[in-house]
Design a binder for this molecule. Sequence first.
Ligand code: TUI
Length: 316
Amino acid sequence: MALHTRLTRLLGIEHPIIQGGMAWTATAELAAAVSNAGAIGIIGAGHMPTDLLREQIRLAKTLTDKPFGVNLMLLTPHIDDIVQMVLDEHVPMVTTGAGNPGKYMASLKTAGIKVLPITPSVALAQRMESIGADAIIGEGMEAGGHIGELTTMVLVPQLVDAVEIPVVAAGGIADGRGVAAAFALGAEGVQLGTRFISATECTVHPAVKERVLKAKDRDTVVTGRSTGHPVRVLKNKLARQIMELDRENRPEEIEELGTGKLALAMRQGDVDMGSLMAGQSAAMVCKIEPAADIVHELVHDAEAIMRSLHEKATGE
Ligand code: TUI
């Protein structure tokens, strides 16, 4: 049982599955569990203070001997300090989100760190390839958190045509069918965030897991479009307040209202006034189970689908 691609070789992993680097959600425990299962776990830096992130990285190193990564959230004000710390800690790989990591590419590459920028567009992906990115993560607007405009279905094949480096599909993938579909589009790996919120090892507040498990098809909404940083969340009281401010075009008040609300949801479990960032695939997440079971199910089911499609295509 294995899906080997350029991505598995690049990262030295068994399965071409990246766990999304969700801020205040993807902690060392989850990342290590995913890496131990043969995929690659990511610690979400978000707006985390540098010292706390360093502790998380050191904790992950005690929990796994396998490669893991850190997601650098480029909008955070102390991003320069975070990058320096990640260099000092010799983290094997980073993904980047919410901006252009060009400024940091040379130093990360020189330190031997694999860099996988998350991009919502073809132009940014080409720029990233030209400055040395190892692979591209194409994230569609089905994803949770900060999103671009294109869907995974249209973004991924365009990226595959536009760059030579491996493309990883993200956004809307929650099971083996999604993995097989991503491979059909030309992706050589997948990134899943929301599905891993339900992992036993995910340390997010139990009330958040419960909301994800209960979510149905139309339970996410995109808020904050007026700020220029649209964010997909599960609908709740905070989301409704932000949608109202969006309608009234009051972006400054949205920024103010949103401050600290992700940690409020994910760590403290305030599922009414916290920001419940999650993707559309929340509706497809149905049970709490170990990260290793999630990884193995994804690989097993994707392989079975690809085998059955092959049989159909060849008339066997
Ligand atoms: O980064 C994410 N997801 C995130 S970041 C985040 S924290 C946040 N909170 C409130 C507002 C904004 C951020 C929560 N979820 N996913 C990867 C991702 N990157 N999605 C979209 C992008 C992106 C957008 C623009 C990447 C690059 C980019 O480039 C703009 C430029 O400068 O060229």
